[in-house]
Write a protein that binds this ligand. Sequence first.
Ligand SMILES: [Zn+2]
Length: 389
Amino acid sequence: MTQANPVATPPDIQTMLARLIALPSVSSASPEWDQSNAAVINLLEEWLQPLGFRTEVLPVPGRDGKFNLVATLGSGPGGLVLSGHTDTVPYDPSRWQSDPFTLTERDDRWYGLGTCDMKGFFALAIEAARELAGKKLKQPLILLATADEESSMDGARALAEAGYPKARYAVIGEPTNLRPIRMHKGIMMERLAFEGQSGHSSNPALGRNALEGMHQAMSELLALRADWQARYRNPAFEVAVPTLNLGCIHGGDNPNRICRRCELHFDLRPLPGMAMTELREAILERLQPLARARQLDLTFEPLFDGVPPFETAADAELVKACEALTGHRAEAVAFATEAPWLQKLGMETLVLGPGSIDQAHQPDEFLALSQVAPTVTLLRQLIQRFCLE
Ligand SMILES: [Zn+2]
């Protein structure tokens, strides 16, 4: 027996956002914080299906409880992806004025964890897509919701590896105050360790000093940094050169013992055009000879897989369209996004969304109500341009 479903259209924007915010979906490299994003994915699916979207929930390989959602309206090889991440950063409720999981309106703002970074974007994208129900699209509209952007970026990485979904254009709705962003630096975090041999400090011949090896390695890293900063410069960025930060170091235990082991963690922010594998090779090329000469065992490995730098050409069609619609020239930002992986899928990619990155990852995160209607209008214009015309 078939039962006629009542017409289940999605609720209004505020209700959608309130329900998304109410579902905790923290992602974190710390297991005590990390949560599944399944509830958020299921709720988006529940709203998108009645609008005619075909939904696919894709488990992220090797990651229990983590899913990507691909929701497609229409069909064809081109089309537009509106992309966001379903996870939030961890939070400290004692630093919030209101409950992070209860959408709270105050001072013409919606407060809640994920309001601007970036569950709000989903509510606005669904609102923009609402009027498409029953319409014939020339090119598909794909709503993409990913897992783990705030931690491992495994969701976007899995999509890139699977080669799915494909489309012609992608807009990632990270908070940019509705300004188009076509560039960001990459992020690499690396671990370097030397292992030598301890011995009494009175006779250096008794051991192999890892700390002295590290001293030399740090000089090499700073020399490499100077070299990269002389060769690479992009004035679109506030910090126009690639950076390398020596972040923390641990080694040794006693002034009168030869240091057996020393470990350094550092962070690298490459500019667009600098390939992460080449940077790692250049580092190893400098470190291997000194480790050999000092008979130190060398370990050099990433602390996480890294985010590649991202750039879409200034004259790309999507860039031009978004500049015209927003009245702002496309810029560069200091934070990283899933853009490099969407680009890897062959899409012209841009970052453009409501809210400010200043409020992201902060207590009392909010989305200004003044950004709500302009975002829906902008998304409708993009859908019109890339899916309907
Ligand atoms: Zn974000």
